[in-house]
Every structure is written in C-alpha cells, then in structure tokens.
Design a protein around this ligand. Structure first.
Ligand code: BGC
Length: 761
C-alpha cells in the first residue's frame, strides 16, 4: 500500500501499489499552462497506467457518439490530445530493464513539490542477483519558458560496479484512452535521431495541428557509447547511451526537451525551433533553468497563496488546488481556457464549460494580474460569431454560447444539455460584470463586452415565451444547473439570470451613451441596434416570470418542483449514494434531489439583490435536498452558509471539496483532477470565510475563522494593490503590501488601508 503523507507544501506518496498508481499519477500532475504531464514514471512501466502528456489548445474533433441522432447535434466532441510522450527514459541495469510493474524494488517515494513545481521520485531497484541501485528522478515543466521540460535521472549502484544503459526517447505513437472509435488521432510527419539531438514531428488528423518535440541530453560520467534509435516507423526516436557506474557513484542523465506547436511557431520551422530550444536549454543547464522556473512560481505563491495554521491537511489541500489551477492556465493566450480536468486526464475532453466564468474567473481575478482574467473574457468574445451560428442552428437569434467547446463550436452531444442548459449564456455575461466591477477596467466592457451582452440579450428575447394569461415572459424547456432534471419550465435561476443579462445590457448601453458616446455610436452601428430593440430588452426583463412559493417563502427551482415527493438527503439510505451511480436515470429525474447549486447559484451571483432572510430560507430548504454530486456544488452553498452565519455548516461544506482529489472523495481521481472546482474551494475561503464581496465596486470583507483552524491568511490582488488578510483568534488584520492607499469596507465600515500599516479589527 502507498501512504499519502501530510505536508504543507508537498504531495508525497510513500510506498507503491499497482492498484493506486493511476490515482497517484493524477495527483502528481504538473503543468505550465502550455503543456502538462501526469505523474508517470520516466522509465518503463508495464502495470496499469494512464500515460498522459497534453498540450494546450491541441485537440481532435472526435466524431460524436450517440444512441439516436437529433437535429442540431454537434458533429464532434473536441478532445484534448494525449500527445508525444517526451518524459520517457528506458533504463537497463546490468542487462535488466527497470520496470516497477515487473521488477523488485523498495523504498518507493514520489512527490510533487508545489512550491518549486517539480516532481521527484526515488526508489531502490533490486537486481535479479540481489544487487541494489538507488534511483531518483526530478522533472519540471518550465513556467519561465513554457516550451521546455527538463528531467534529471540518476542511478547509483550500491552493491557493485554496474553497466547502465539509458535510452531517453520521444514517442509520438500515442493514443487517447477515451477515443470514441479507437482511432488514432495523430499522423507521423517526420523525425530524426542523432547522437546529440533527436526530434519527432506529428500532426493531428482533421485539425492539422503540428507538434514537434526535440531533446538533447547530458551525462555526468563517461559515455562509453551512444547510438541513435528509430522505431515504430519513425514515430519513436531515442538514443542508447551506455555508461558505467562504479559502486557508490551515480550515473546522472539530464534530458532537455522542447515541445513546440504551430499554434505559436511557423509550421515549416518547428523542428528547427524545437532543436534550437532544446540545445539552448542544455547550454543553460538544469540549475539555471530551474532557478528561472522557481522565480515564476515564487511570484505566483507570493500573490496567491493561502496559509492555514493548525491544520496541515487543510493547508496541503488548498495549496494543491491553487497549484493545479496555475498549472492549467497561465493566462498569456486568449485562445486557451480551462478544462475541467486540465492536463491531468482525458475525461471531459479538456474543453471549456461555464465553469470558467462561474468559478475560475474569481480565482484568477483575486490572485493574478487583471490581464490574465481578461484573456478569459477575450476568449469568449473571439467566439462570438460561432455562438451566433450556434443560435441560428437552433432557430433562435443572437448568440448562444456552447455548453462545451474548444474553438467556439458546440461539442456537447446530449440534447438536454446542448439545447437546454442555456443558462451558460448568462454566466458569460455575468463574467463581464464581475471583471469590470473587480478591476475597475471599463475598456473591455465598452469595446468588446458590450457585443457579447447585446448578442446574448438578443438570444434571450428570441428564446422567451410570452404568456398572455399571466402577462409574463417564460422560458420553457430548459435544464438548470441542476442536471438531475431536464426539460423543465421556468427554472428560477435561468429566468433570473436572463432577466439580469437583459437589464445589464440596457444599463450598460445607457451608461455608454452618457459616458462613452463615441463607443456607444460605434457599437450601435456595428451591431445594428435600434431604440426599439433596447426597449424590448427592458420589457422582456421587466416581465420575466420568477416562480416562487409564497407559503414557504422560497424561490421555486422550477414550475412544479413542489409536485415532487419531498424527501431529504438525510432520509436516503447511504447505500443509495451517489445517486448517479446507484439509481436509474429515470428515478433520478423523478426525484426531488438536486445535483448542484441551482437556486443557490442565483443567490450567489446576484448576492446584493437578496436579503439575509431570503438567503436563509432558501438555503434551509434546498441544502437538505442537494446531493452535491457535482464538485462545483458545495462551494456555493458554503459561501452562502458563511454569509447567513452558519459557520459550522460552511466549514463542513468547504471540506467536501478542499481535499476532493487528495482524499479521492468521489472515487474518480484516477481519471484526473477536478480542476475547475478547485477554484470553488479557493472561493469558499476568500468569499466564504473571508466574506469578500465587491459592493458598489468597493472591496468589502467580513472575515471569520473556522474553529478547526488556529488562523488563516490570503492575499488578494485588487486594483493594483496586494492586500494581505490574516485572521486568527484575535480577529482580522489587513495589510496593504503593495500599491497606493485604498478605501475598503471592513464589516461594513470604511477603512483606509495605507502601505505597510496593519489594520486590525
Ligand atoms: C456539472 C456542470 C459542469 C460540468 C463540468 C457537470 O457535472 O453538472 O455544471 O459544467 O460537470 O465540470
């Protein structure tokens, strides 16, 4: 069995078990925003493994697989591709191949050092004759130059002098485990293997992304011979390096890899660029490259770390989440986004969901420079034409953003989600408000965001249904965030957010007319907006129907929700959970059980519009009916629980996602990590326990401390200021660490933060 060791900065696996290998491979995933690898072994491993190397934005349109085709279905599901395996190093010691699936070994340890962003492994290999060899490896994907990966692999012979053969290689012959039709997604382009440098270039089928990986190497010790190797029709290139290690000394191989794609470089020059970068990396050397990489991570941690004292598992958990979010998205390219599994597995295709706007944006706004969050918005703006096409395809006007996408085209293929989970449009509009209120930067709103607002509003207007008897606008046939019910009428959250989207568009247009007349004129012209249309937006917003139950004093999740047999999760036999694994889909749909925050999601987004009493009544009604079978769910409930003063409950809900993957809570960490919900965990601390809100564009905080912790602290980037918030038994301390003085609200009173002066309350 393996042990997962508690540590504040590291994820450590001690001991090895084949059954848990995939789990630990997921946990030890690392990335630099441009590429990522699972925590695989460099040397051969014949046991169960998901070898995974993923390159941001390089995807394949895998032909849709459905039972019964429906008009409007997308042709394909975009999959982030398992790409060239560049970490591989075959190791042969005195004629025996090192393969932990087959050979004897002891003292296995694998760790992910999150502070320095490096994966280290060590074990003692025991040869057939009982000789022992101490083996260790280190590898990092550079955050300073995201095209680079560096590996150091060391074999020390403990019992006798040894002959060691290293075969560092690149293998382009890889497949996705989740391919719909078992197809190969890559075509071979060319490769070359030489003693000093080798490369392989592969091209994706259909999408034609070309990726070239090159490596060079350095051996500490004497190279007795080296010989290039080419295999699998050129898709595998390597070099066989023979060396000797005297008893007690180590043979250390360094492998310098560059991986480049024609998303960033000219296709014709890829091999040249990859080889040049690999060579330069080797000249720079491991330690200088590592220093530059660490410096980048130091900055990330400086701005975004959360410390928790008195609770090591909690500390480890939150750092793991912050770490993995930064591995997935570095924010320098608006063509990239955040897949629910990032670079840690293949499930969910690595595509973009509403998770980005509803969860991840908050994290990047709070912990990184504003450009990084802005790029997430630009991504959607760049997809506006495709969203309009999508809407046309479904017979509506304006823009309907896809539920799942890689390049702006819808690729989700279940009708109840693709056609009905339309609330995503509002989350995309809401992100524009969130960004603008948080950063104070109105440029995005008036130059680009307004187009998204107008086109999404046009969609809502064409999607609503006027009911003359009740004189209200209704939205029929939808799926709300609660995916455990489909084709419902008047999902409160969807209607609320559509109403809000329309109103925000009108308000923004009026604001622009007044404050930015030039931009207003340009936008009216560009989008062909007529006065009547603006009035219509307002009218539909005003008339939107929002179901509620006056007697219970709650907002109704949808029409007819109370017709269902009302039961609580606490009344279920624990054996029935999770419902999505234990119950038929029919039974789930008929039940009152809620997958994830739905009404509560609305109370969170439009937090200012509701009273504490309303929040409390709805929380008390819906939380006991929610099974939280989406990892996105508990954080929203946790934040609202904190707001209504349910401190213990807030903490209990926080715990459900804080160590979701580390503790394998959903028994699915093998597939990869829940990257997008990690942002929710961060939100539970900062927005939940820290009580952070943006009120009238001002930062507002109401921190409290969960009793399980001695204290905690976090930093937030807010309008060019870095503010540290520390909370312990004596209350909250605020410190403006960088930037000009600023007025904020602390427990509803205005406080002026000045550089270097601590403010306590
Ligand atoms: C959730 C969606 C989410 C998706 C990807 C689903 O289980 O219900 O809200 O967008 O996972 O994370």
């Amino acid at each position: 069995m393996s042990l997962l060791i508690e540590n504040e900065w590291k994820i450590i696996q001690e001991g090895f078990s084949k059954e848990e290998n995939r789990f630990y491979e997921s946990l030890m995933s690392t990335g630099n925003g441009r590429m990522g690898t699972r925590g695989n072994h460099e040397e051969d491993y014949s046991g169960d493994t998901l070898k995974g190397t993923y390159i941001a934005g390089v995807y394949y349109p895998d032909k849709t697989r459905v039972g019964w085709w429906k008009n409007g279905y997308p042709e394909y599901f975009a999959k982030v591709l398992n790409a060239v395996d560049f970490i591989g190093i075959r190791v042969i010691i005195d004629g025996e191949t090192v393969d932990l699936g087959k050979c004897s070994f002891k003292d296995y340890r694998r760790e992910l050092d999150m502070k320095e962003s490096i994966v280290r492994r060590s074990f003692t290999f025991i040869g057939k004759d009982g000789s022992e060899y101490s083996i260790s490896s280190e590898r990092f994907l550079s955050y300073a130059d995201p095209d680079l990966a560096v590996i150091k692999y060391s074999v020390k012979s403990l019992s006798k002098d040894a002959n060691i053969v290293f075969i560092p290689f690149l293998n382009g012959d890889v497949r996705n485990e989740d391919a719909n039709y078992d197809e190969k997604f890559w075509d071979y382009v060319k490769s070359s293997a030489e003693n000093n440098i080798s490369y392989v270039t592969m091209r994706t089928r259909k999408t034609n992304f070309t990726v070239s990986a090159a490596f060079t190497w350095k051996l500490e010790g004497i190279t007795e011979a080296s010989e290039p190797i080419v295999d699998r029709n050129g898709e595998y290139v390597g070099v066989k390096i023979s060396t000797k290690a005297e008893k007690g000394t180590a043979a250390v191989l360094e492998k310098y890899v560059a991986v480049v794609s024609d998303r960033y470089y000219d296709t014709k020059e890829l091999e040249e660029v990859a080889q040049r970068k690999a060579r330069t990396a080797k000249d720079t050397g491991f330690s200088s490259l590592f220093d530059a990489h660490k410096a980048k991570w130091e900055n990330i941690w400086h701005m975004g770390d959360v410390t928790i004292s008195g609770d090591i598992p909690a500390q480890q958990g939150i750092r793991f989440n912050i770490y993995q979010l930064n591995c997935t998205y570095s924010g320098d390219d608006p063509r990239l986004n955040i897949g629910p599994k990032g670079f840690t597995g293949e499930k969910y295709g690595g595509s973009t969901y509403w998770d980005t706007e509803a969860y991840c944006l908050y994290f990047y706004l709070g912990t990184r420079e504003p450009e990084i969050a802005r790029n997430l918005l630009v991504y959607r703006h760049n997809h506006l034409e495709k969203a309009k096409e999508n809407s046309r395809k479904l017979g509506t006007r304006g823009a309907l953003y896809p539920m799942v996408t890689m390049n702006g085209e819808e690729c989700h293929n279940e009708w109840e989600i693709t056609f009905e989970e339309i609330h995503r449009n509002a989350a995309i509009s809401y992100a524009i408000k969130n960004y603008t209120d948080y950063t104070g930067d109105e440029n995005y709103l008036i130059e680009k965001g307004i187009d998204v607002l107008v086109e999404t509003s046009r969609y809502w207007v064409s999607r609503v249904n006027y009911n003359p008897q009740k004189d209200v606008m209704m939205i029929l046939g939808v799926t709300g965030p609660n995916e455990y019910e489909n084709n419902v009428n008047n999902n409160w959250y969807t209607n609320l957010m559509a109403k809000w989207n329309l109103k925000y568009t009108v308000d923004t247009l009026n604001y622009m007319k007044d404050k930015y007349p030039g931009h207003y004129e340009a936008c009216v012209e560009r989008l062909g907006i007529k006065e009547e249309e603006i009035k219509e937006f307002q009218h539909v917003s005003d008339k939107m129907y929002l179901p509620e139950d006056k007697e219970l004093g709650i907002f109704l999740q949808q029409d007819g929700y109370l017709d269902k047999e009302q039961k609580l999760v606490s009344e279920l036999d624990p054996e029935d959970l999770p419902l999505n694994k234990k119950w038929s889909w029919d039974r789930i749909l008929r039940s009152c059980f809620i997958k994830q925050a739905d009404v509560l999601q609305g109370l969170w987004f439009l937090n200012d519009q509701f009273t504490l009493e309303e929040k409390t009544r709805n929380f008390d009604f819906y939380e006991p009916r929610t099974v939280h079978e989406s990892s996105l769910s508990p954080c929203v409930y946790s934040i609202i629980a904190a707001e209504i003063g349910r401190v213990e409950k807030a903490y209990e809900l926080y715990l459900r996602t804080a160590r979701l993957d580390l503790d394998n809570y959903n028994k699915d960490t093998d597939d990869g990590l829940h990257i997008t919900s990690m942002a929710g965990t961060w939100m539970s601390i900062v927005y939940g326990f820290g009580g952070m809100r943006i009120r009238n564009r001002k930062l507002s905080l109401k921190p409290f401390k969960p009793s399980a912790w001695k204290g905690y602290s976090f930093r937030i980037m807010f309008r060019d200021r870095l503010i540290k918030v520390s909370v312990d038994d004596n209350g909250a301390t605020l410190l403006l660490e960088e930037g000009e003085p600023i007025d904020i609200l602390l427990f509803d009173s205005t406080v002026t933060l000045k550089p270097g002066i601590e403010y306590r309350k």
